[in-house]
Design a protein around this ligand. Structure first.
Ligand SMILES: C[S@@+](CC[C@H](N)C(=O)[O-])C[C@H]1O[C@@H](n2cnc3c(N)ncnc32)[C@H](O)[C@@H]1O
Length: 262
């Protein structure tokens, strides 16, 4: 049986080969996309990985795939779309095409607008079993449905402020960069971390406590750290030894400090 709460320093295909079918509740990951970053030990065999993900995710479980495209020879590659369609082909539902909107992206030059977003594709194996939506409050004024009898017997309406909660939209907004994505300085030794808040929001939405979250491309350990803080079980794979060291350092920092999210 595979050991939980551990990052395996190996190709994710190897880690998944140790897992039984229908094993993890949620996959949260950002794969190495195109060859934008020079990861150490870069290897990415997309189609077999997608098929293995389908096997190891539980029925009604979910995969959150955070990805963007490179622009080369005057065109965006479209890799993220191709991957999304392939996930559909092998049996996943394309449950929701969500966006990770960066409030402060790296500025770009040329005849394109600044690249502000990446996709956060939500692929589900059937209908998602858990959905804890993030909400925001709506405050509006109006005639409440409160009817009182006035002194002369007439109906009186009272004008009151009402506050309700509604689920947010599928574009999640984050500020990114040094000291913002995470307070762990060591994490920035990795070239492509996603914000801790993104991991928190996704894990919160699709899982409950004690459920299992897997990140096949663990990088600096963001998914592991936040899953641990949120009392989820977790598992990871990361091919680079250097990045596994960073992730393990972050987990040690977590154990030695008071949790940010409590
Ligand atoms: C975009 S980064 C993930 C960053 C991560 N979300 C974070 O917040 O730190 C992708 C990672 O996948 C790793 N990687 C590439 N191919 C892999 C493979 N086949 N198996 C496991 N890890 C791999 C790279 O070394 C890189 O660290």
């Amino acid at each position: 049986m595979i050991e939980l709460n551990k990052i395996y320093n190996e190709n994710c295909l190897e880690t998944m080969s140790k897992m039984p079918s229908n094993f993890v509740d949620m996959v949260l990951t950002s794969p190495p996309y195109d060859d934008l970053r020079n990861y150490e030990g870069y290897q990415f065999d997309f189609q077999p990985i997608a098929k293995e993900l389908f096997r190891i995710v539980k029925d009604n479980g979910i995969v959150i795939w955070v990805v963007g495209d490179k622009t080369e020879n005057g065109t965006e590659t479209g890799t993220s779309f191709k991957q999304a369609l392939y996930f559909k082909e092998i049996g996943f539902n394309l449950h929701d095409t969500m966006l990770y909107y960066k409030n402060n992206p790296m500025p770009t030059t040329g005849k394109r607008y600044h690249q502000h977003f990446e996709y956060m594709f939500a692929f589900s194996k059937g209908s998602p079993k858990t959905f804890n939506p993030l909400t925001e409050s709506t405050k509006y004024r109006g005639l409440a449905n409160m009817k009182n009898r006035g002194k002369n017997g007439s109906l009186e309406y009272e004008k009151v402020a009402r506050t309700t909660e509604k689920k947010i939209g599928n574009v999640f907004f984050y500020s990114i960069g040094g000291g913002i994505s995470t307070k762990d300085k060591i994490a920035y030794q990795h070239p492509a971390i996603f914000p801790e808040q993104l991991a928190y929001d996704q894990i919160y939405t699709w899982t409950n406590e004690k459920e299992l979250v897997y990140d096949p491309f663990m990088g600096s350990g963001t998914t592991a750290k936040i899953a641990q803080e949120m009392s989820r079980k977790w598992l990871g794979s990361e091919i680079s030894k250097e990045y596994v060291k960073i992730a393990e350092e972050r987990l040690k920092l977590l154990i030695n400090s008071k949790s940010f999210y409590q």
